[in-house]
Design a protein around this ligand. Structure first.
Ligand SMILES: [Zn+2]
Length: 409
């Protein structure tokens, strides 16, 4: 029998009524049982909830933490895109690396173990941001799997040079390809071209899509059609789709069934979706948040993710996915019986969206374990329980000191 290097005791695991022991050998989970006897170093998890880590499918490391260098105007999506368009001309590799590292370290400390970052590639940013994120991917692989999704934020067909740069990034090993048809002067041509590139480079697609509150027209049906035509089912995700929040229920359900049938996944970005849905002079403004937890019932793979951190799109963010799931649950008025779904939308479902084969606290998988300071996941979601400690292939990657009270004697 393979020797056990580390033994985790008293782990509260989903699907098990009693606390379980987890044996690790050479970075892999080799047993999960009620009681394991072994001569190995023990970590007592004290009955706390254990996850394989949070999975963030949609974040922008390259343009995070810009608030200090621009006068933030809460002017909506177009104003934010223009503000970053100006600033990114000045981005250097070192600058993007430093801001990205700051965000990544916070994400790691909040228990995120897998992440897809979108990276703007165009004639203004060149490949500088991409190269910086590649360095981050390499330098933080001890704690987190970073997947790089390159995309043309300011359009593809209307931005000469963007296409060549995207191809160069894909040739250099970008993991996924993103899109943003709503900023393109020819959205259909952009979507078609990106599907062609995805097939050529064998990468997943992830679009920013239908990010406004007018449900009278959508790009989503075109994405579904192209997904079927190109045989890319299960490899396409769409982010935002705030139009879904404004559709009549029957139309939304029909759209959800279509997405489920052709394997198009949905990511909602609550912090940005809510912030940019603001409307001046409107009483009870709409929330602009697609009701992802209800789309799950219709078979759509849904995730809740971070998107922007401390920039003109979203001047908030501590990069905690548990906070984001809690925020989603609160704003979407999710009943406690469905809190588990909100946890699924930052763990197993985004892992499915990203086609991660080795995710989960299961025998044979890497011993990626995140311990939350709560007895179970429902409580953790309700309380936004701190991540107590994390392990990557069995090696500790972070630990948070629990607070202590000093009562008078
Ligand atoms: Zn985004």
């Amino acid at each position: 029998m393979t020797s056990i290097d580390k033994l985790f005791r008293h782990a509260s695991l989903a699907g098990h009524a009693e606390p379980m022991d987890i044996a690790v050998s050479r970075g892999q989970i080799m047993a999960i049982e009620r009681r394991i006897v072994a001569d190995a170093p023990v970590v007592d998890l004290q009955g706390c909830a254990v996850l394989p880590g949070f999975v963030d499918t949609h974040i922008h490391l390259d343009k995070a933490c810009l608030l200090g260098r621009c006068a933030h105007i809460h002017g909506g999506l177009d104003v934010a895109i223009r503000a970053v368009s100006q600033m990114k001309r000045e981005f250097t590799l070192e600058d993007v690396y430093a801001r990205g590292a700051n965000v990544l370290e916070k994400a790691i400390q909040h228990g995120t173990t897998r992440m897809r970052t979108h990276v703007e590639v165009d004639p203004r940013a060149g490949l500088r941001s991409f190269e910086a994120i590649r360095a981050l991917k390499r330098d933080y692989a001890w704690a987190i799997d970073l997947s790089i999704c390159v995309f043309p934020q300011e359009g593809l067909t209307n931005d000469p040079g963007a296409d060549e740069l995207l191809v160069e990034a894909l040739e250099k090993g970008a993991d996924a390809l993103g899109g943003c048809p709503y900023t393109d002067s020819d959205p259909d041509a952009q979507m078609t071209r990106l599907f062609d590139l995805a097939r050529r480079f064998d990468v997943d697609l992830d679009f920013h899509l239908d990010f406004d509150l007018d449900p009278s027209w959508m790009h989503l049906p075109t994405i579904c059609r192209l997904t079927e035509r190109q045989g890319w089912q299960g490899r396409v995700a769409v982010g935002h789709v705030t139009k879904l929040s404004m559709m009549p229920e029957a139309e939304r359900q029909a759209m959800a069934k279509r997405m489920a049938d052709c394997g198009v996944a949905l990511t909602v970005l609550p912090a940005t979706d809510l912030y940019l849905a603001s409307q001046k002079g409107v009483n009870a403004p709409p929330r602009g948040l697609a009701p992802a937890h209800t789309l799950l019932d219709l078979g759509v793979v849904c995730s809740v993710a971070t998107n922007n951190v401390l920039n003109p799109f979203t001047p908030f963010g501590d990069v905690s996915l548990l906070r984001m799931a809690n925020f989603y649950a609160n704003v979407a008025q999710v009943p406690p019986a469905q809190f588990g779904r909100c946890i699924d939308m930052v763990t197993s479902l985004p892992a499915q969206l990203m086609n991660l084969p080795d995710y989960g606290v299961e025998v044979g998988n890497p011993a990626d374990l995140v311990v939350l300071d709560a007895p179970d996941l429902t409580t953790a979601l309700a309380e936004i329980a701190p991540a107590w400690m994390g392990f990557r292939q069995g090696r500790m990657t972070f630990e948070r000191q629990r607070p202590r009270l000093f009562r008078p004697s």
